[in-house]
Write a protein that binds this ligand. Structure first.
Ligand SMILES: Cc1cc2nc3c(=O)[nH]c(=O)nc-3n(C[C@H](O)[C@H](O)[C@H](O)COP(=O)(O)O)c2cc1C
Length: 365
């Protein structure tokens, strides 16, 4: 029976264990999207994870929706990430970059000079807010992307993947969850287009499938994962029939031979009902490759999900913020540090690189 501590082949990558660090936005990059040196230390501390999936990272300037998030579209950003991948590899870990475009979840002040509206499949403003540097502000009403804008955005995913390769990543995760651009194309609350990218489930899935195809021209399919959140209402999302669209997506993506599907099953603070669990397992039924489960897992529930064959690996988000040595703590059944929500987003080393390991706590005692 697999345990959290067993190694695992996820596509083309051998993981030292099945405890994955979930992607975690921390808003601590330089304002030009270059990771700061303190991010090298933050990721180095967490190299004991089976796989680190980085914080969401914008593929181009239009993909930015929050202050001080990193990008992967300039040479300086590639250099910054290279230091991080080197540090994680030196620590014996593996690291994938999460490729991100926020779509309509942005504010005009975060977009390139002179651009007034963020991109979206349709011009529907989200009931959502973003942090712009001084305060939380309502997101800006988006514009519906033209076909050329869709094409050039897909091309930018390819360039971003090439940059990720240059930066030394073991692979990439396509962020198709949490109400950002790809998810906005998938779900009918946000996609009301009447061209080949909207309407039928086949059309709404097209953007994700085309993005996946260009990324697999850069990385082997076995170095590529993708993330879905079929039930998430975060960022004002919804679909009239989530089972139909997401079961189609998993069926189509399955044929591409990707390394894994990473499902965010439950948002922090929300419960999933038996009915919702049933929908998730039907969506998952089409998926024949590795499955990473995420959302509210502890050591015991993660272990159980491996034992009953539900998942191949478990991603932990908030526990990894507060416990750089989470794997070791699980191994020893040690107490966990509690994450401090006040330092999740933005700031310096506090709440970022200063959570102690067990060793450090013992030495200090
Ligand atoms: C501070 C914070 C930042 C997050 N940033 C991202 C992100 O960049 N990309 C993403 O897909 N999910 C993001 N999430 C969601 C987490 O990856 C994860 O799905 C969520 O925390 C639930 O897992 P957990 O219960 O183990 O924390 C974030 C969550 C938190 C708390």
């Amino acid at each position: 029976m697999p345990t959290l501590f067993d190694s695992f082949e996820i596509g083309a990558t051998t993981l030292q264990n099945r405890i994955i660090m979930a992607p975690l936005t921390r808003n601590r990059a330089h304002s030009d999207g270059t990771p700061k040196d303190m991010a090298v230390e933050y990721y180095r501390q967490r190299a004991g994870a089976g796989l680190i999936i980085t914080e969401a990272t914008q593929i181009n300037p239009m993909g930015k929706g929050y202050i001080d998030t990193p990008g992967i579209h300039s040479d300086a950003q590639v250099e910054g990430w290279k230091k991080i991948t080197d540090a994680v590899h030196e620590g014996g870990g593996k690291i994938f970059l999460q490729l991100w475009h926020v779509g309509r979840i942005s504010h005009h002040s975060l977009l390139p000079q002179g651009v007034e509206k963020p991109f979206a499949p349709s011009a529907i403003k989200a009931e959502a807010q973003t942090f712009t540097g001084t305060q939380m502000e309502a997101v800006t009403e988006p514009k519906a992307m033209s076909l050329e804008e869709i094409k050039s955005t897909i091309a930018d995913y390819k360039i971003a993947a090439e940059n990720a390769k240059k930066a030394g990543f073991d692979g990439v995760e396509i962020h198709a969850a949490n109400g950002y651009l790809i998810d906005q194309f998938l779900q009918d609350k946000t996609n009301q287009r009447d061209d080949t990218y909207g309407g039928s489930i086949e059309n709404r899935a097209r953007f994700l499938l085309e993005v996946t195809d260009v990324v697999t021209q850069v990385f082997d399919a076995g170095q590529l994962g993708f993330r879905l959140s079929p039930l998430g209402q975060f960022n004002d999302m919804g679909d009239s029939d989530p089972l139909a669209i997401f079961a189609y997506v998993t069926e189509q993506m399955n044929q591409k031979g990707l390394a894994y599907l990473h499902m965010m099953e439950q948002f922090p603070g929300m419960e999933t009902s038996a009915e919702e669990r049933e929908i998730l397992s039907k969506i998952k039924a089409n998926w024949k490759h590795a499955f990473i489960a995420n959302g509210g897992y502890e050591k015991a529930t993660g272990q159980q999900a491996l034992e009953n064959g539900y998942a191949d690996a478990i991603a932990y988000g908030r526990p990894f913020i507060a416990n750089p040595d989470l794997v070791e703590r699980f191994r020893q059944d040690a107490e966990l540090n509690e994450p401090d929500q006040d330092t999740f987003y933005g700031g310096g080393e506090e709440g970022y690189t200063d959570y102690p390991t067990l060793e450090e706590q013992k030495r200090a005692a």
